[in-house]
Design a binder for this molecule. Sequence first.
Ligand SMILES: [Zn+2]
Length: 297
Amino acid sequence: MMVDIFAEAPGLYLYLSMIVFWFGACFGSFLNVCIYRIPENISVVKPRSRCPKCLKQIGWRDNIPLLSWSLLRGKCRNCRAPISARYFTVELLTAVIFVLIWLQYSGAPAARPLGLVWTPFILHVPVFWLFAFGLILGTFVDFDHMIIPDRVSLGGIVLGLICSFLVPTLQLQPGDTDINGTTAIFRSAIGAAVGGGLLYGIGCIGKVMFRKDAMGLGDVKLLAAIGAFLGWQATIFTTMISSAIGAVVGIVLIIFRGREMGSRIPFGPYISAAALIWVLWGSPYWYDWIQKLSYGY
Ligand SMILES: [Zn+2]
C-alpha cells in the first residue's frame, strides 16, 4: 500500500516536503514564543515580540523563521544585541521533525534509507505534529526552568484521549485489523495510567533508595500524556530508552563538565526524545522483541 503518486511524480513529493519544512519552521518560530512566555504566564498571541534588550518591536521581515536570524547574524537590527542561537535551533529542529513525520506517511522512495516507520494513515501526520510540538515545548521549558508546564502535560493527556477517539488507528496494535473510537479511547486511558503509574512507582523507589525526590511530578504527568497518545507499550519503551540516554548524557557531563554525581538534571528532554524515537523508528523493534520474548523466535 505505498503511495504511488510520489513514485510517479518525485517533483511533487519534493515540493510538498519543502512546504512541510517551511510549515515546521513557522511552528518552531511560534514555539520560541511559547517557550519564553508560557512559564511567565504571558499571552502567546499579544503583544508582538520585542528585542529583550532595547525593547524595540520586531518587524515582520526580522521575524521570518530561520532566514532572519541567519541574515542578521544573530544580532538585533536596532541595538546589535546578540540573539540566542537557540531561536534558530528550535526552528530548525521543529522543521526537521515535521518533515520526518510527514515522510512516514509519504512512503517516498527517497525517505526509505532513513528507516522510518511507515504509516498508511494520513491523519497521523497532523496528530504527531501536535505531539512533537508539545514535546519540544516541554523540553525547552524544562531546560530553562526545571519544570514541565501542566498545560503541556495535563493538556497532553486530554489531547491524547481526544485524538485517539477521533483518529482511532493511533491506538492500533500488531494483530489488529480495525479499531473503533471507544476501544481507542480506552487504550489511550490505559496508556496514560500505565505511563503515569510506572514513573510514579520508579520515583517512589528512588525516594526510598536515595532519600530524596529523584523524579519530578512533571515527568510523571508527561509520561502519562505520552501514554495517552501512544499506548501503554510505548511508555515502557520510553522509560527504558530515556533512562539509557539520561545515563549516557549524565556520565558525559560528569566526565567533561565536572558535574557532581546526583546533581539534578531535567529528565523531560530524555523522555521527549525517547517518545519521538518510538514514533519515528522504535515501535517495530519493540514489538519484535516482545514477540521473541513471548514465543522464543
Ligand atoms: Zn535590540
